[in-house]
Ligand binder design. Structure first.
Ligand SMILES: CC(C)(COP(=O)(O)OP(=O)(O)OC[C@H]1O[C@@H](n2cnc3c(N)ncnc32)[C@H](O)[C@@H]1OP(=O)(O)O)[C@@H](O)C(=O)NCCC(=O)NCCS
Length: 191
């Protein structure tokens, strides 16, 4: 077991999960707005199973999909962090991902938390590149990728192997962020 580091941002804490996060996570995964770009909502049983796998990954690796808390506010609004896609050809990549409760949307939380996660990926983990993907119509998620400085790699767009053939949510767009682009953006910011 590796201790899970807590990452701080001006408004948020990215922390290890607690058992009392699970009821909110169940509600979030049952919310049709949150699941609009996924084939289905998750049942409470599926939600708990997913949370268990997230927590196991975090404690095995010391990084992963952190639970997000608003400092002085909501104790749990969802997850943001890094993961390893479990399907080819991305099994060697690290991806950045997010899922927040709809009440917390539109305040820049996903971008703020994801910046902390990619900074951790490039500095503490020494990654050379971080990818992200979603369905073409997930404008909010694509906007977060763009605000992080990620670039759409149209040549890398793909059909998600875990979504049924012919399903409208099968096509995915791929975004990439290289360490070089991240370093350059941060150097420019601090000039
Ligand atoms: C994607 C998600 C995490 C974004 O969370 P958030 O905290 O609202 O994100 P931010 O506030 O940091 O940024 C969202 C951006 O998308 C924009 N946006 C949101 N909905 C939009 C829409 N329907 N059309 C156009 N832009 C939209 C916002 O205006 C904002 O951009 P701006 O800062 O330039 O105005 C949240 O919508 C979510 O949890 N969605 C459901 C789960 C999901 O789809 N996860 C991603 C799977 S790949």
């Amino acid at each position: 077991m590796i201790p899970v580091p807590t990452l701080g941002t001006p408004r948020l804490r990215l922390r290890d999960w607690r058992d009392d996060d699970l009821p909110t996570f169940r509600a979030l995964n049952l919310d049709r707005d949150v699941r609009r770009h996924f084939p289905s909502v998750l049942t409470p049983y599926e939600s708990d199973g997913f949370a268990r796998s997230i927590r196991a990954f975090l404690s095995e690796n010391g990084w992963g999909l952190w639970a997000v808390e608003v400092v002085g506010g909501a104790p749990f609004i969802g997850f943001v962090g890094l993961g390893r896609p479990g399907f080819a050809p991305f099994t060697d990549c690290v991806e950045v991902g997010w899922r927040l409760s709809s009440e917390s949307w539109g305040q820049g939380y996903a971008t703020e938390a994801a910046r902390a996660a990619v900074t951790f990926g490039f500095t503490a983990l020494g990654l050379k590149e971080i990818v992200a993907f979603t369905v073409p119509g997930n404008t909010a998620s694509r906007r977060v990728m763009e605000k992080l400085g990620m670039t759409h790699d149209a040549a890398g767009d793909f059909l998600h192997p875990r979504v049924a053939e012919g399903h409208p949510l099968r096509p995915h767009v791929l975004y990439r962020l290289s360490f070089e682009a991240f370093r350059l953006a941060n150097t420019m910011e601090h000039r």
